[in-house]
Design a protein around this ligand. Structure first.
Ligand SMILES: Nc1ncnc2c1ncn2[C@@H]1O[C@H](COP(=O)(O)OP(=O)(O)OP(=O)(O)O)[C@@H](O)[C@H]1O
Ligand SMILES: [Mg+2]
Length: 199
């Protein structure tokens, strides 16, 4: 921290008060996986399911955040770490606001994801491993990025020329090459129900 003369100001409406008023807990559902594995697709679907049930939700998505807040960051290991750190901090604010947040980021480094887990209270970080075979992701190639990575047009592309560290103990794993979108979405919502985030 650079600033020394700062003092936390506590408001009158706490996270607990917000959660009681909203009738559900708040947490970040952190979707990690290869490009094209289905993180954004699943987040959008699950968010719609929850929002239409009256639950306060929001979505943070890798590319979208790089258009704005993180437009100064690239894809080096240090920048990926800073990308994840900032999203972790934004997630923490949204959780404080009582919102169930979906964060869809490749987030290839286990240590960076762990940093976010440690930033949050127990139970507030729900890691979802969106698992999909690299060959299947490459076949889907929804943004044409694998093609560019194979051509050498994109350097440091996760799965091709940059590492992806699989989660060791994710709260949820969805396998998008064997489960359809509905099954993946339902598995996440089921977890939220069973663990009393929502009723
Ligand atoms: N079970 C599934 N769940 C999610 N997506 C699926 C599934 N089966 C097939 N797909 C398809 O896979 C593609 C996933 O693309 P999507 O943009 O969601 O990936 P992503 O993980 O967000 O990638 P990126 O990291 O590049 O943003 C979509 O075209 C989607 O229709
Ligand atoms: Mg995406």
């Amino acid at each position: 921290m650079k600033s020394k003369n700062i003092v936390w100001h506590t408001g009158k409406i706490s996270k607990a008060i917000r959660q009681r008023a909203y009738g559900h807990k708040s947490a970040v559902i952190w979707l990690t996986g290869l490009s094209g594995s289905g993180k954004s697709t699943i987040a959008a679907e699950a968010e719609e399911r929850l929002f239409t049930q009256g639950i306060n939700t929001y979505r943070l998505d890798g590319d979208n955040i790089r258009f704005g807040l993180n437009q100064d960051l690239g894809f080096s290991q240090a920048d990926r770490k800073e990308n994840v750190r900032r999203i972790g901090e934004v997630s923490k604010l949204l959780i404080d606001a009582g919102i169930i947040t979906f964060a869809s980021f490749i987030s290839p480094y286990a240590a960076d994801r762990e940093m976010v887990r440690n930033l949050l209270d127990d139970g507030e970080f729900i890691e979802v491993y969106v698992k999909c075979d690299l060959a299947e992701c490459e076949k889907r190639d929804p943004k044409g990025l694998y093609k560019k990575a194979r051509n050498g047009e994109i350097k440091a592309f996760t799965g091709i020329s940059d590492p992806y560290e699989e989660p060791e103990n994710p709260e949820i794993t969805v396998e998008t090459d064997t489960m359809d979108l509905e099954e993946c979405t339902e598995k996440i919502i089921q977890y939220l129900r069973e663990n009393h985030y929502i009723s």
